[in-house]
Write a protein that binds this ligand. Structure first.
Ligand code: PLP
Length: 426
């Protein structure tokens, strides 16, 4: 059995040398080794096929090994997979930027192509701070957000992640100190809205921007909130000269049932980040979009340029696949597909709410969440899901799924059974 020997070797090398997300070194839990992936299935060495309930962290919306995305990647790789973006440009990046401007809220006109979600948030923050500096208000350097958020793992994004119980608590003394409101309640609450308005007014002299994940807070706790809060934020930011940043890295490209979560409220931010599903999960790329006002403000400054330029900015391969992924999405009735998944998740998870130890079950668009009254035992949870033929990756007290949009009804039902099995475990 040479293959099994290879597997053991690989896993041992992995354990000794390879960091995994939020992992210890050396590794303590053995990861599954994926050999290939196709449609909604991951082929796992020694285990067989697993239905992917995670879309590889919100990204693989069209599933794996998709012929259209493969063709886009092959076509581009034969032309060029990368050239520098300083002083050069190319059709994939130009067309992608134009497409993003077309499909995002109207005032967003300018696109910075970044190489990951976290970097796009760094760029968003830099845009906002530099805007105020350029228009003569350099004291506006802080950010305001609500608790329960997640914006990435680099420095500025960490500073606006939930400061307690979140993944970055360790750094609370070292990070820039931002202004936090309480986490938004699920339903609209006028008293909470008033406190938000008040907090923005109180700190407007020092706050450059409010940054939030609209409608769905993802890795900070998988919480949903009323879109009406986005209108409150928009009005308060306008009233107090504060910029508004929407981090749509998780919510973008249809996941919540609208193309962008901002569309639930009809609100347009000054700056918006997209990532994750941007390339259909093929390659790493994100984008920061801003309005003409923000760009013009930066341009009138003492330093009239945005001093940011990653080596792999505008990567042609990622751009070509992103463009193909967006066209693939828009070329189908994606709204209907997401609706179908929403209905399937509601049906499939309906009776999970009655299980002992389950605190809450919530579904929005193609996102299904089961919240327990205790932290999940990760190893036991993985075993339970794998027994059901499904890949899930719970965190804290949350068992959740955001399946690829191409997930069929039978596969979706199987994912729901796995979520239930994990919720029952322990
Ligand atoms: C994942 C995520 C990020 C960070 O993106 P990376 O590509 O992992 O750096 C930022 N904001 C939100 C809302 C995310 O879900």
């Amino acid at each position: 059995m040479p293959e099994l020997l290879d597997l053991r070797e690989l896993l041992e090398l992995d354990r000794r040398h390879v960091w995994h997300p939020y992992g210890p070194m050396p590794g303590r839990q053995e990861p599954l080794l994926v050999e290939s992936a196709s449609g909604v299935r991951l082929r796992v060495a020694g285990t067989g096929d697993l239905i992917d309930g995670m879309s590889s962290w919100w990204s693989a919306i069209h599933g794996y090994n998709h012929p259209v995305l493969n063709a886009a990647a092959h076509g581009q790789v034969e032309r060029m997979s990368h050239v520098m973006f300083g002083g050069l440009t190319h059709e994939p990046a130009v067309r992608l930027a134009a497409k993003l401007v077309e499909i995002t809220p109207e005032p967003l006109q300018h696109v910075f192509l970044a190489d990951s979600g976290s970097v796009s948030v760094e760029v968003a923050v830099k845009m906002c701070l530099q805007y105020w500096r350029s228009v003569g208000r350099p004291a506006k350097q802080r950010l305001l957000t609500w608790r329960g958020g997640y914006h990435g793992d680099t420095w500025q994004p960490m500073s606006v992640c939930d400061p307690e119980g979140g993944m970055h608590e360790l750094w609370s003394g070292a990070l820039p100190r931002q202004v936090f409101a309480d986490a938004p309640p699920a339903e609209f609450d006028e008293a909470y809205a008033d406190r938000l308005r008040e907090l923005i007014g109180l700190h407007a002299h020092e706050v450059a921007a409010v940054i939030v994940e609209p409608v769905v807070q993802g890795a900070g706790g998988m919480r949903f909130h009323s879109p009406a809060y986005l209108r409150v934020l928009r009005e308060a930011c306008d009233a107090h000269d504060v910029l508004l940043v929407f981090d749509e890295i998780a919510t973008g490209f249809g996941r919540t049932g609208e193309l962008f979560a901002a569309d639930h409220a009809g609100v347009s931010p000054d700056v918006m980040c997209v990532g994750k599903a941007l390339t259909g999960g093929y390659l790493t790329m994100a984008a920061t979009l801003c309005t003409e006002r923000v760009a013009a403000g930066i341009a009138q400054g003492e330093v009239p340029v945005l001093a940011h330029g990653p080596t792999f900015m505008g990567n042609p391969l990622a751009s070509a696949v992103a463009l193909a992924s967006i066209e693939l999405l828009l070329g189908q009735d994606w709204r209907q597909e997401v609706k179908r998944l929403e209905t399937g998740l509601r049906d499939g998870l309906a009776d999970v709410a009655g299980l002992p130890g389950v605190r809450d079950v919530r579904v929005l668009g193609a996102i299904g969440v089961v919240q327990l009254d205790r932290p999940v035992d990760m190893a036991a949870a993985t075993r339970a899901a794998v027994r059901e033929g499904v890949w899930l990756r719970p965190f804290r007290d949350l068992v959740y799924t955001m399946p690829p949009y191409v997930t069929g009804d039978a596969d979706l039902a199987q994912i729901c059974r796995a979520v239930r099995a994990v919720a029952q475990e322990g």
